[in-house]
Write a protein that binds this ligand. Sequence first.
Ligand code: HEC
Length: 130
Amino acid sequence: MKTLTVLTCMLSLSAGAVSAVSAAEPDSATRKAKLMERKLAASQDILASLAREDFTRMSAAADELLGLAKQQWIDDESPQYRSQLKDFWIILEGVKESAAEKNLDGATLGYVQMTISCVRCHKFLRDKVE
Ligand code: HEC
């Protein structure tokens, strides 16, 4: 019962948050900042799961990153950006595959590739602005 009350409370809170956002016209900067924070946290989760050989957590973190990255499709429509984003997806699929096979070396390589992909895409975005 207690759980239910907490749940109901959380649900109404988040419903309130959603309507507050739509009423004030989306604070897209805040929404974006949250997404980025989660992206960084999920990538750190992959590193932690590699160190601990926790393949379940690794797969969950890769899934979370994939979900977040899919929300970034509309951030930039240039073919260069989109091809980098697709590379990022493919790399994360590879991390998931390695996790499923409990292949620690493969997953570690995937993590390195992922890191390169993070840096490369951000560099591309910065260079475009300058
Ligand atoms: C395909 C491109 C792409 C890839 C790959 C990518 N990002 Fe991003 N990232 C973006 C975009 C677009 C933004 C938003 C830039 C903006 O408009 O502020 C961003 C912003 C961020 C920010 C906020 C930047 C800031 O100035 O605070 C962080 C942190 C971040 N990304 C982390 C990561 C991490 C960690 C990875 C790799 C696991 C990653 N990103 C991979 C495109 C990418």
